[in-house]
Design a protein around this ligand. Sequence first.
Ligand SMILES: Nc1ncnc2c1ncn2[C@@H]1O[C@H](COP(=O)(O)OP(=O)(O)OP(=O)(O)O)[C@@H](O)[C@H]1O
Ligand SMILES: [Mg+2]
Length: 276
Amino acid sequence: MTPPLTDVETPTQATVETAITEHQELDENVPVLSVRGLHKHFVLHNVDGRRVEGLNGIDLDVRAGEHIALAGSSGAGKSTLLKCIYRTYLPSAGTVTLRSPNGPVELTGLADAKLAAIRGREFGYVSQFLRAEPRRGALDIVARAGIARGMDRETAVEAAAVALRRLHLDESLWDVFASVLSGGEKQRVNLAAGTISPPQLLLLDEPVSALDPANREAALALIADLTATGVAVLAVFHDLDAMDRLASRVVVMRSGRIIESGPPDQVLHHLEGVAR
Ligand SMILES: Nc1ncnc2c1ncn2[C@@H]1O[C@H](COP(=O)(O)OP(=O)(O)OP(=O)(O)O)[C@@H](O)[C@H]1O
Ligand SMILES: [Mg+2]
């Protein structure tokens, strides 16, 4: 049985139609995401004021339908790059430009209210952890994510059910509070919520890290379908096999820099032991 959704603001049909029309007007020749000269340093105030360089000048474009896999050893700066793009971290220098129907939007300098209006809707971020209100069920969480991206309630609930079924989340768990689900179950709810009615750009940070092989397969297939429908994906996976299967380009990072970039068959074979 489908549990009722609690009250949320549902966009009017007019808003939905505007969003769809605008989406069709996006310029196919412009990268969805353009990163230039991105730097991020951290000052460790609670240690000795030491400065840690997280990113040391990143230039990167991601186009519609492209899946870029970020590789590199632990501490290379992969998560920091995704967080600077999503503006969880404010970069120290550089620009992050997102394609939009009204022209390019530079995210690092955007006012908080404007950022909040497009974050999630125009570009999404899926980490390995589900961060949801504690007393919500899986179906509710996923459907709400769809509504926030412009779906009407009924369509969102249907799409949420399709996504959860596709990710093999047992139907008996759909109305159980997500906070009590297992790590792998939470991760599938998170992935479903992040990919329902997907935005034009998705940032994925180890989204399948807690999944067993069968569930991992289902999740990777879902992610592959995203790029096939034109979503731009910038992703971190720990295993070379996932990168090999999903990526159109592999970008290797070391010490906050991009040290190599190319198709998976050229880059991955000498990454054994580095990317894991
Ligand atoms: N909030 C923070 N405060 C201080 N240093 C940070 C912070 N976030 C990241 N760093 C540092 O920035 C560097 C890059 O970290 P990051 O998390 O981006 O690495 P990563 O490539 O994602 O590694 P992993 O594969 O282990 O997830 C590391 O040296 C890390 O300690
Ligand atoms: Mg990381």
